[in-house]
Design a binder for this molecule. Structure first.
Ligand SMILES: Cc1cc2nc3c(=O)[nH]c(=O)nc-3n(C[C@H](O)[C@H](O)[C@H](O)COP(=O)(O)O)c2cc1C
Length: 194
């Protein structure tokens, strides 16, 4: 993606992000035990993985990395081009592994980088693959300035049977200094017995 295009994408998604707060405000705080918490995430360059690992430490839940069978190119421009097409088309790439005993989890933190103002396609696959009836999804997003954009909205559309908890959006560039913000948000979203 050309720098100017990226700046426009980010500006558009930043201004779009303001509309997500109403959904967040309505979200109920979830009560559960750590054995019933799954933290599933996709990460291309490590920011969302870092956030997921912090959430794991805070909740005592189980980490699960969402991996596409065919990894995205490690070259940034090639990845951005492929992602642009797939995000536009709503592609659901095949995933490399399944969650063991998915039924036992009732709270699932689902993490994604903001890709073209929506979730990364492997996360779309993940949300489509399991039965989320009666479960609560708590979305978390890392971004390059565009905030939540359409990520939460699109996750809700992809996973209509789930309840949704309070979503969190964090700047990817400063995620390694955001431990206090992550802790605050997890505390607002969920009350977890260890
Ligand atoms: C393919 C691609 C598309 C992206 N699109 C956006 C975007 O639309 N808005 C934005 O704020 N950041 C965008 N970013 C930046 C990432 O959301 C940000 O760097 C994120 O923290 C990366 O998470 P990760 O390290 O877990 O992959 C994009 C990055 C990539 C690689």
């Amino acid at each position: 993606m050309k720098k100017r295009t990226m700046a426009l994408v980010m500006a558009a998604s930043f201004f779009g992000a303001a509309g997500c707060s109403a959904e967040n405000a309505a979200a109920q705080k979830i009560h559960t035990e750590s054995g019933r918490v799954l933290i599933a995430y996709y990460s291309w360059s490590g920011n969302t993985r870092f956030a997921a690992e912090q959430i794991q430490k805070l909740t005592g839940g189980t980490l699960f990395e969402i991996k596409p069978l065919k990894p995205y190119p490690s070259n940034y421009s090639a990845c951005v081009d492929q992602a642009k097409k797939e995000c536009r088309e709503g592609t659901r790439p095949e995933l490399a592994a399944k969650v063991q005993d998915f039924a036992k989890y009732n709270v699932i933190f689902v993490g994604t980088p903001n890709w073209w103002s929506t979730m990364a396609p492997p996360v779309r696959s993940f949300l489509s693959e399991y039965d989320f009836s009666g479960k609560t999804v708590i979305p978390f997003v890392t971004h390059g300035g565009g905030g939540m954009a359409n990520c939460e909205r699109d996750m809700r559309k992809t996973c209509p049977k789930a309840n949704f908890g309070k979503a969190g959006a964090f700047s990817g560039g400063s995620i390694r200094n955001a431990e206090a913000a992550l802790k605050k948000w997890v505390g607002e979203a969920a009350d977890i017995q260890k």
